[in-house]
Design a protein around this ligand. Structure first.
Ligand code: THG
Length: 270
């Protein structure tokens, strides 16, 4: 299970403030803590102001790389911001993201190819969000045709079936799970990722929703997720689910985590 740490995201108030004030210490601390908690990648998202995004993203990239060696997951829909950021990274980043939208494919795929990046592909086409898993698969087929046409290997593509909040559609987890199973069958070499916290947006007890959805999604083939690695209970859930799914040879990771106290009663950190 590959973990992409979600916390350096300019749509979060405290991070937006740190970006605006160029508070490097705050961002560096988030980078270090997520890395220590086991994040394999760090998502960096400079927020939603297009004019400033290239500068802000570049600043984030520099600050994070100063603090840790963890590879970055550049989270932007803006080809210009991605182009600037990809030039500055020390290690090949993941690009988050392309979609079925023509301009986005044309603007971002060449960057992915030129730098041999891994890339997240959203099951979206720029119009309204595809409701059913069959409609999402149509978009995914088009994206995979486009990535294959330019020589991106399937195992560099991380398909995001979209986790939308249950608050507006109580079937949204089911739709995402059905899409994951279809991707697993049709593109066995591609990865599956998801923005986990979206599933619970606007609901109480979010960490419970996130945790159990993650377990179901891992059974459906999810092998990567954008999540909060500082949530201890979530890390415990991942290790337990891997064990249950027969993916922890000789139960070693589970036993090691237990010895280290991961499952001991403790507060959920934030
Ligand atoms: N797919 C892909 N990329 C994504 C998403 C996705 N990137 C962004 C997002 N979705 C995943 N990242 C986050 C980062 C932080 C939070 C949620 C998702 C988060 N939100 C709290 C909230 O919404 O209440 C806290 C806000 C705050 O701290 O201000 O923490 O789906 N490919």
């Amino acid at each position: 299970m590959q973990i992409i740490g979600e916390k350096i995201n300019g749509t979060r108030k405290r991070v937006a403030q740190a970006i605006a004030e160029r508070d490097a210490a705050f961002i560096a601390d988030l980078a270090r803590r997520q890395t220590e908690a086991g994040a394999h990648w760090l998502d960096v998202n400079a927020g939603t102001m297009p004019a400033q995004e290239p500068d802000d993203l570049l600043w984030l990239v520099d600050v994070v790389q100063e603090a840790v060696d963890t590879p970055l997951c550049l989270d932007s829909a803006n080809p210009k911001a991605l182009q600037v950021a990809v030039q500055a990274v020390h290690r090949t980043p993941m690009i988050n993201s392309i979609s079925g939208e023509h301009e986005r494919l044309v603007g971002i795929l060449p960057i992915v190819v030129a730098h041999s990046c891994r890339v997240i592909a959203l099951a979206l086409d720029g119009k309204k969000i595809p409701e059913t898993s069959a409609q999402r698969m149509e978009v995914i087929h088009r994206i995979m045709a486009a990535t294959r046409a330019v020589g991106v290997p399937d195992d560099h593509v991380y398909i995001d079936p979209l986790a939308l909040t249950l608050a507006t559609n109580t079937r949204s987890a089911l739709i995402a799970l059905e899409t994951m199973r279809a991707v697993r069958t049709e593109y066995p070499d591609a990865h599956l990722t998801i923005g986990l916290s979206n599933i619970s947006f606007g609901l109480p007890a979010r960490s419970y929703i996130n945790r159990y959805f993650l377990a179901l999604a891992m059974e459906a083939g999810l092998d990567c997720a954008i999540l909060d690695p500082l949530d201890r209970e979530l890390r415990a859930a991942i290790l337990t689910t891997r064990l249950l799914l027969g993916r922890d040879p000789r139960c070693l990771d589970f036993i090691r985590a237990a010895r280290k106290g991961l499952f001991d009663a403790a507060t959920v950190s934030g």
